[in-house]
Design a protein around this ligand. Structure first.
Ligand code: SF4
Length: 380
């Protein structure tokens, strides 16, 4: 079965920057502190960029994520963009995002980013409270968080995203509401709010165990989720995906929507994933193996899988029910060859009855309560 890319025809490009100056207590992503390897990483990345020129021809979104991409200098980033532009056609209205850390981004740095064509800045603020930042093991302060947002505006970023974390031990509803209000006061175009979840290998998890702390129970989690959605919707934001809010439709992350809709994307750098023609492949995770493979003239692909119709259907269901737009049933049938309403009639009827999903104008959509339990909804 071939997927018809009818929603967004152009692919997205993701570049993973696997360096962080320190490890945040809750983070289970792969990253290393050896920033002396950055020049070698960039040289390898440029080869990887060139390698895929016959598989992909153009992109209309570029997302530089990490790790901490703001550890790269504007000159290093410009070098990456020059290589991308040499081998691919980049749409003139492309969304070009960079993830950044508040402690790294001075006004001069941000102005340079703007000048090299980055038009969407995402700042990993996580909290405006120093106590929480220390607890999470972030290396920036609340003052730096505020300064980074102000600098981004001065540097003319008019598509600005803020990431926040909630569900933290000792952070009550009142404190979370204050953080949200502070975020809203800067009128960022995009806000992502993630509930803290702890991988058992993270330092924070070990701290939770040893100090007898606890994550919020299910009811508190639900209350936090609903309060977040309500506060941000009252402030004029569209709750377009479980964790994501945008001030206007045009500020929804175009790049992330490709992941949710089975649109092709190329992922470069250690641990990055790619998707094309029902096939997914992913790179080796460590910087050393990545560099070693490229130095030997081979691509650092760890493995790949071809998704069956059933896997694609399930993914589309899982991802679609995490979004406010929901699932376009006609499109689902055309793309995946399955009649969702017929195949899952009993369970969908039950979900509608319990007000977790609704059927409207040919779409199956999660309600706000449904979004709160989106992960379980997909198990239907
Ligand atoms: S900056 Fe981001 S990627 Fe790096 S350790 Fe912290 S949370 Fe993880």
């Amino acid at each position: 079965m071939k997927v018809n890319y009818d929603i967004v025809s152009q692919a997205g490009l993701y570049i993973h920057v696997p360096f962080c100056l320190s490890k945040c207590g809750y983070c289970s992503f792969y990253s290393i502190k050896s920033i002396n390897l950055i020049p070698e990483y960039i040289a390898a990345l440029k080869e990887e960029i060139e390698y895929y020129r016959k598989t992909f021809s153009s992109f209309d979104t570029i997302y530089i994520g990490g790790g901490t991409p703001s550890l790269l200098t504007p000159k290093q980033l410009a070098e990456i963009f020059t290589t991308i532009n040499k081998y691919y056609k980049i749409d003139k209205n492309a969304e070009v995002t960079l993830e950044s850390n508040p402690g790294d981004i001075s006004l001069a740095y941000l102005q340079a980013l703007h000048d090299i064509g980055i038009n969407r800045l995402n700042i990993g603020i996580q909290s405006f409270d120093d106590r929480i930042l220390r607890f999470l093991g972030r290396r920036h302060s609340a003052k730096e968080a505020v300064a980074s947002v102000e600098a981004a505006r001065k540097a003319r970023f008019n598509n600005l995203g803020i990431d926040l974390i909630y569900g933290i031990h000792g952070l009550g509803m009142k404190s979370w509401a204050e953080t949200l209000q502070k975020a809203v006061s800067f009128t960022p175009e995009h806000i992502s709010c993630y509930q803290l979840s702890l991988d058992d290998k993270t330092p924070l998890y070990k701290k939770y165990l040893s100090e007898g702390w606890h994550l919020p129970d299910e009811n508190t989690e639900l209350k936090l989720f609903l309060t977040t959605a309500e506060e941000l919707e009252n402030a004029g934001y569209i709750h377009y995906e479980v964790s994501n809010f945008a001030r206007l439709d045009k500020f929804k992350s175009r790049h992330n929507q490709k992941y949710w809709r089975h649109v092709p994307y190329l992922g470069l750098g250690p641990a990055a994933n790619s998707f094309l023609d029902n096939k997914r492949w992913w790179n080796k995770a460590t910087v050393n193996t990545y560099l070693k493979d490229i130095a030997c003239g081979k691509m650092p692909v760890e493995d790949s899988e071809t998704l069956s119709s059933e896997q694609l259907q399930l993914e589309a269901l899982f991802l679609g029910l995490r979004t406010k737009a929901g699932i376009d049933l006609k499109l689902y049938k055309t793309k995946y060859g399955a009649d969702l309403l017929k195949d899952k009639k009993t369970i969908i009827d039950a979900l509608i009855k319990n007000k977790f999903v609704e059927l409207k104008n040919g779409f199956l959509r999660p309600t706000r309560e449904g979004m709160a339990i989106a992960d379980s909804l997909a198990l239907i």
